[in-house]
Design a protein around this ligand. Sequence first.
Ligand SMILES: [Fe+2]
Ligand SMILES: [Fe+2]
Length: 202
Amino acid sequence: MSNIDLNLGRSEFGNPENAGNVLPESEAFELLNSWVKNEKLIVHMRQVAHLMKSYAKKKGYDESTQYRWFLAGLLHDADWDQWPDLHCKKIIEELESRQVDPEIIRAIASHGPRYFGVEPKSEMDKMLYAFDELSGFVHAYSLMRPTGYDGMEIKGVKKRLKDKTFAAQVSREDIRDGSERAGLSVEELIQFVIDNQPDALN
Ligand SMILES: [Fe+2]
Ligand SMILES: [Fe+2]
C-alpha cells in the first residue's frame, strides 16, 4: 500500500435498512470487470472470495450468508487498480449507492485497520482481514513451486514468511495481527488456504 492517507474517517457504513441486499453475481463481476484491468488483482479477489465462502460454509452458515462473505471478498480491492488513492473509499461509496447490505460494506471497510482506521468487529470482518494478505502470500509461494499447491505444507509457507525478501510487499505484521484478531493460529489459516485456494478459479 502507498503512504497516502487512506483513513476513512468514519465507522458507520451503509444503511441498516439494506440488510440482506446483495449484488447478483453477474452484476458483481460486471463491476469488477469494468473497474479492474489488472488480471492478477482479479485473481486475488476471486481467491479471497472463495476462501471467504469456503470458510462460511465450513462454519455451517446458510447459502445466503456464504454469498455475502463471498461478495465481501470479491469486491474488497475493486477500486485499487484505478483509484489507489481512494482505496477503499470508492468501492464503499459505490456499494452504498447500490444499497448493498451494510455488513458487506463494513467488512470491506475494515480489511486494513492500519490504513483505513476501521476495526474489524464481526466474524466476517475479521476473516476478510485474516485471509487477505495470507491468500496473496500463499499464491506467490505456489507460483514458485514446480508443483504449485500440490504437496504444499505449512512449514514451507512458514519458512517463506521468515524470509523477508520473499514477496516482500506482503505485510507479515498484518498476517500475524489478522490471525490474532480472528482467534485462529497462523498455521490453521495457512492450512485452510492450502486446502481451499486451489479451487478458487474453477
Ligand atoms: Fe486492500
Ligand atoms: Fe486484498
